[in-house]
Design a protein around this ligand. Structure first.
Ligand code: ZN
Length: 104
C-alpha cells in the first residue's frame, strides 16, 4: 500500500517516502495520520460540546430551585461553560476539516 505524504503548509502531496516538502521545506506528514488525528479532534470536540451542554442544563435545573449561593458563582460557571462550548465547536470544525482535506 502506498503511503501518501502531505505538506500541511502548502498542501504538496507525494507518494515518495520523504520527510521534507520539496516545495517549501516544511515537514511532511502521512495523510492517513492527519485524517486519524482529525477524527480524534472531532470526537473530542463533540464530547466537549455535549458535556458543556449537559452541565449547562444541570446548572440551569439546579438554579430553578431556591438555593444558597451567589449569582456571581453561576455567572462564572456559565462563562466557563461557554468557553468549553466554543472550544468544543472550534475543535469540531477543525477536526472535520482535517478529516475532509487531510491537512491541519
Ligand atoms: Zn510544503
Amino acid at each position: 500500500m502506498e503511503i501518501l505524504m502531505r505538506c500541511i503548509r502548502c498542501n504538496y502531496e507525494t507518494g515518495e517516502a520523504i520527510a521534507q516538502c520539496p516545495k517549501c521545506g516544511h515537514a511532511l506528514h502521512k495523510a492517513h495520520l492527519l485524517r486519524a488525528i482529525g477524527g480524534i479532534v472531532t470526537t473530542l470536540g463533540a464530547l466537549l460540546v455535549m458535556l458543556s451542554a449537559m452541565i449547562g442544563a444541570a446548572v440551569a435545573l439546579m438554579r430553578s430551585y431556591p438555593r444558597e449561593g451567589s449569582s456571581s458563582d453561576a455567572t462564572f460557571i456559565y462563562g466557563l461553560l461557554a468557553f468549553v462550548f466554543v472550544a468544543g465547536v472550534a475543535a469540531l470544525i477543525k477536526g472535520t476539516r482535517m478529516v475532509k482535506y487531510r491537512r491541519m
